[in-house]
Design a protein around this ligand. Structure first.
Ligand code: DAK
Length: 259
């Protein structure tokens, strides 16, 4: 079925797919259907052998201004429990291919959480990252208190979560929340450039490396090093590792096949 609230381009650039959130009038507010469409598209692109990196974006004015408040407003705790949006977010988190958020304008509430669920963030200088849920009587529910705190530290995260005040793109870059900040006309191209540089690498190694970096958030050092070591050994089972090292020795560019 054609999605209603997103646009999917499997080959936006060679081996790079693009998902664009497309509810511009509502500043890409994340209603349930939109989130289901994003999760389904990611799952499909994750299995597409022609795709190596995925870019997720909104538009110049908004990446996403949060979960759809109008849809959520009347819900009870039990409605929220039964809808089980968390399984959609968990599915997004399980994407194995590198996922880059290209963010301009508002990235608020669930919008900020969605871009933090991605592996890297390229921001336009107009991007604003915030967790304003406190202003509408609630708090972050899709990882904001955890991912923001790990990314920018307790003091600054606490301030953002308790005041709802957003952070500028430049400050986000200084704190390590985003990879880079570029002029507004260039953020998508810059995300594609970053994606292309990753798409040239071995997809097998990229997947194992992504898994290992993510593990750093979930475990203590000893266990993380053990996990990394296993994945490192695993790359030596790939044709890509043989090709990569042979290409180095033969002084030619490597051609990775993802096997
Ligand atoms: N929901 C629904 N509609 C929204 C929206 C939102 N989050 N944000 C904006 N809109 C709509 C506005 O209602 C308006 O619609 P009309 O009135 O024209 O019909 C249209 O988008 C344009 O917005 P504004 O007229 O307000 O535009 P301004 O430039 O004046 O202001 C703004 C832009 C971003 C500052 C403002 O729209 C705003 O404050 N928006 C709300 C931001 C916010 O509070 N976001 C956090 C929402 S709570 C969970 C997962 C996630 C979440 C929870 C649970 N689970 C897994 C369980 C996440 C929760 C949230 O994100």
């Amino acid at each position: 079925m054609t999605p209603e609230f997103i646009l999917v381009t499997p080959q936006a650039r060679p081996q790079v797919a693009l998902i664009q959130l497309n509810r511009p009038k509502e500043l890409n507010a994340l209603n349930l259907q939109l989130m289901q469409e994003v999760a389904a598209a990611l799952q499909q692109l994750d299995q597409d052998p022609e795709v190596r990196v995925i870019v997720l974006t909104g538009n110049e004015r908004a990446f996403a201004a949060g979960a759809d408040i109008k849809q959520m407003a009347g819900r009870t705790a039990i409605d929220m429990l039964l809808i089980d949006q968390f399984s959609i977010w968990d599915q997004i988190r399980r994407t194995t291919k590198p996922l880059i958020a290209a963010v301009s304008g508002f990235a608020l509430g669930g919008g900020c959480e969605l871009c933090m669920t991605c592996d890297m963030i390229v921001a336009s200088e107009t991007a604003r990252f915030g967790q304003p849920e406190i202003r509408i009587g609630t708090m972050p529910g899709a990882g904001g208190t955890q991912r923001l705190t790990r990314a920018i530290g307790k003091a600054r995260a606490m301030e953002m979560v308790l005041t709802g005040e957003p952070m500028s793109a430049d400050e986000a870059a200084r704190h390590g929340l985003v990879n880079r900040v570029v002029p507004v006309g260039q953020y998508l191209e810059e995300a594609f450039r970053l994606a292309a540089s990753i798409a040239k690498m071995s997809p097998v190694a990229a997947r194992l490396a992504k898994e290992s970096v993510n593990r750093a958030f979930e475990t203590h050092l000893d266990e993380g090093l053990h996990f990394e070591r296993k994945n490192f050994y695993m790359t030596f089972a790939s044709e890509d590792q043989k090709e990569g090292m042979a290409a180095f020795v033969e002084k030619r560019p490597a051609e990775f096949k993802g096997r």
